[in-house]
Design a protein around this ligand. Sequence first.
Ligand code: ZN
Length: 166
Amino acid sequence: MNIAKDCVVLVHYVLKDNAGEEIDRSEPDSPLAYLHGHGQIIGGLESALLGKAVGEHLDVRLSAEEGYGERDDRLDVAYPLSVFPENIHSQLEPGMTFSSPDPRGGEEPVYMTVSAIEDEKVLASGNHPLAGVELHFSVDVAEVRAATEEEMSHGHAHGPGGAHHE
Ligand code: ZN
């Protein structure tokens, strides 16, 4: 069976950056499971998997633009500590997220992640951690099967590597 829309696909993958540094990988006993053709994985990777079968190996290179987009400096913001309520100052730490009015002037709030607190400033970014990074995926197709009716109605894969719920 070849990968097509509405297949459940299980893949093992290793993701590296341009310098060959490993960013992420699937666990050996738990491949990533997704429902093909529903935008659940990065578009460039999904396109490359179309038509592939179990046992096939792919090396897929995606530019930052095709991946998580370019970095936008306007989303890197130094907030005065004073804009945060006094009672949460002690909780501010790198990795904490909060929503903020869009620093680019957009109407929707954006999610910011704190990177550092220094000199009465809270440094935070709304850029995805992988924005600006060229992505190198090494992928092995482990399983391809038709989605069940239940999976189709939920819009995602069930079972190992997929969603587990009642
Ligand atoms: Zn479900």
